[in-house]
Write a protein of this length. Structure first.
Length: 248
């Protein structure tokens, strides 16, 4: 099976980082530091989990490059890049809110070919590679009406204008959720716990690139709902088309 070794090592890295994070989480009293935005925080656990993951991946593939949330980009001679979010949902983690994950994706060129999202607290791991998806629970749901959709909304607040076409559509849904972990939003969409994810396709690839692969392998689709703001939606193909068709 193609990428079988890469998948196995990425899963091991997620699980080992997850165990480390659970130790921090169980102790409580986690100190945070603000990054560029006051709401965007980092902890010592982020740094230690990222170092563990990068060391394990680099030991196996020293020629690959890396794009990691805390340490940035390092290039290698090859075309492959590992995209690493050691702790997606740091604000939740620091507050003791039990909803956060570890996410790793492998890119060949600019295309994701492997994605692993691990939820240590629920002991759930979601893996996508090639055209296959391994996940707990069910599969992607087919939703044909906006009114029947449960949506995870990750759009930046300045892009939620009351009269924006996408905002008006999302107001008609069954409900919107802001979980604090985009990696889990995508994983839960792929396994049928959510029906759509709205998000910004920024240069922070670790936020969404692996999640898009999970959704694609589950039979879903990604569409650009607002090209000026790089706002995208992921859902089953029918719902993606509905959410994007009236927006330019």
């Amino acid at each position: 099976m193609a990428l079988a070794r890469e998948a196995a090592v990425a899963i091991e890295a997620c699980h080992r980082a997850g165990s480390l994070l659970v130790e921090f989480f169980s102790r409580g009293g986690i100190e945070t530091q603000s990054k560029d935005k006051l709401q965007d925080v980092v902890t010592q656990a982020d740094f230690e989990a990222e170092r563990l993951i990068l060391d394990l991946l680099a030991e196996s593939w020293p020629e690959d490059g890396f794009l990691a949330e805390e340490s940035g980009r390092s290039t290698g001679p090859g075309a492959r890049v590992w995209c690493v979010d050691p702790l997606d949902g740091t604000a939740n983690f620091a507050a003791g809110y039990p909803h956060w994950a570890v996410a790793i994706a492998l890119l060949e060129g600019e295309e994701p070919v492997l994605a692993v999202t691990h939820d240590p607290l629920r002991a759930e791991t979601f893996v996508a590679h090639g055209a296959s998806l391994e996940s707990p629970g069910g599969g992607l749901r087919t939703v044909l009406r906006v009114e029947d959709a449960l949506v995870a909304d990750n759009r930046p607040y300045p892009h939620r204008e009351p009269i924006h076409p996408l905002e008006l559509l999302l107001r008609r849904t069954r409900g919107r959720r802001e979980s604090g972990s985009m990696a889990l939003d995508f994983a839960w969409l792929a396994t049928g716990r959510l029906d759509a994810v709205a998000y910004e396709r920024s240069d922070r690839l670790w936020d969404y690139i692996g999640g898009e692969l999970l959704v694609g392998c589950a039979g879903g689709a990604v569409g650009i709902a607002d090209s000026e703001r790089d706002i995208a939606v992921a859902a089953c193909p029918e719902l993606t088309e509905i959410l994007c068709e009236k927006i330019t």
